[in-house]
Write a protein of this length. Structure first.
Length: 145
């Protein structure tokens, strides 16, 4: 299984989702490839936000080695599932899809809910981590593991 996590800048939410899913998959012995990207280009090459790194470390997940990149149309060919954090990310990613098969790979990480962007609110990082972890656990269960 190849999974891509997508948010706006690829420094807060999607790096957390990338790290959590990778950590959980590895702990279950799953040979899953997990990556993350942003729909925007502002942070290409940057490490995750220090607050994301800190909250992940508190749960034994190291995301410090990740580097931001921008979502590309070729990601539809590389990944089996593409999880986005909010409606704007969903709209932007779907706009790049060339066909129904590519569109079918894309969904909100939380189903019908959005993962709020914690960038402007330090207090949100903990709850965002919890939302992401629960979603990743659900996805692994849905895949039969």
């Amino acid at each position: 299984m190849k999974i891509l996590m997508v948010c706006l800048g690829n420094i807060c939410r999607s790096p957390l989702a990338h790290g959590v899913m990778e950590h959980l998959a590895k702990s279950k012995g799953l040979n899953w490839q997990v990556d993350s990207a942003g729909t925007g280009s502002w942070h290409i090459g940057h490490a995750p936000d220090s607050r994301s790194i800190k909250v992940a470390q508190a749960y034994g997940v190291d995301i410090s080695g990740q580097r931001a990149r921008q979502f590309q149309a070729t990601d539809f060919d590389t990944f089996d599932r593409i999880f986005v954090m909010d409606q704007e990310n969903l709209k932007n990613v779907l706009a790049m899809a060339k066909n129904a098969e590519q569109k079918a790979k894309v969904s909100l990480l939380l189903g019908d809910e959005v993962v709020p962007d914690p960038y402007w609110d330090n207090q949100l990082f903990e709850s965002v981590y919890q939302m992401i972890e629960q979603a990743c656990q659900r996805i692994i269960l849905e895949e039969g593991f």
